[in-house]
Design a protein around this ligand. Sequence first.
Ligand SMILES: NC(=O)c1ccc[n+]([C@@H]2O[C@H](COP(=O)([O-])OP(=O)(O)OC[C@H]3O[C@@H](n4cnc5c(N)ncnc54)[C@H](OP(=O)(O)O)[C@@H]3O)[C@@H](O)[C@H]2O)c1
Length: 328
Amino acid sequence: MASLITGNKFDPNTDIPDLSGKVYVVTGGSAGIGFGIVAHLLQHNPEKIYLLSNKEEHAEEAQQELAKTWGDASKVEWRKCNLESLKQTDETARNLAKELTRLDGLVCNAGLGVGPYNESEDGLDTHMQVNVFAQAHLILTLLPVLQKTKDSRIVSQSSDLHRAAPSSVKFQSLDEINTDIGATYLYNRTKLAQILFSRELIKHIKAGQFGTVSETEGLPWINSTHPGAIKTDQQFQAEDAYGTLGKIGVRVVRPFLGDPVDQGCRPVLFATTSPDIVKEQIQGAYIVPDRKPTDPSSQAKDDELSASLWKLTKEVLESKIGNLDYTM
Ligand SMILES: NC(=O)c1ccc[n+]([C@@H]2O[C@H](COP(=O)([O-])OP(=O)(O)OC[C@H]3O[C@@H](n4cnc5c(N)ncnc54)[C@H](OP(=O)(O)O)[C@@H]3O)[C@@H](O)[C@H]2O)c1
């Protein structure tokens, strides 16, 4: 429910509270919407932001841009984390888990867009690996420190395109995941999975699988978001998948898309920083711009589907990474 006082507006320049002493991890913070998220967190004086991404040159550009306008960029530390490599994701996740004494927000924003089917070095569809499995591992590895930080947040950047996931999606096997269902469906499926994973995670935490949970402790505020239709490099991935038609489509659509730094970052920043999340008990929600919890698709509310996704994620992480610090 949007606040009666503020309506549905969340201006990141003025509505983020002072973040003194707080620590954040943001995946995909080097470009597009993720850059907007990091920039506005930095604007409000946090203790530290860990920016996780793959390409060093993007991270360097982001650091320079942050230093120009947004605050003390030395508070933003880049950690290389190629989500297409579970080994590297695991290394980064475990190092952070060892180092952090508090974590106020984990933002899982990194993502592959509508694009061609590929398999990772781990033998997985790269869309599911980057957007879902690798970030699930990050969430679960950092869960203990999130659980001990009061009113911490876990936010997954989904998309309204989750509504157009194929009805045949069951999340039942690796064979199903490693089938090329087409560039758009590959993307939509992951955006559905992100909402399902968040909802299922809440159930498992509440059931005590990750330690004792009380009214006020042990359960972070876990939500998914849709950023709006935003102008970023992500649209160019569709050109690879759809050739000339893709190029024309992208050029027609781009002028009408929103700005990542002013607009695309708003729902995530609301979910990650606003005290209204606690006041209004916004848990397991799907939040659309700027700050509106909204009904996701019926697939995204399907308990059987979320249970299958959980089971498959467990199989993938146990078999591909192994020796996990958590039990799913
Ligand atoms: N743009 C939209 O209209 C829109 C709409 C709905 C949802 N979304 C979602 O919003 C999120 C951000 O999208 P965006 O439009 O800002 O995209 P973007 O400009 O393409 O940025 C993507 C970010 O993800 C990171 N990333 C990609 N592959 C990675 C990998 N293998 N390992 C680690 N990091 C990786 C990139 O880091 P590198 O620089 O290292 O590649 C970059 O920081 C995505 O989850 C997307 O699905 C976007």
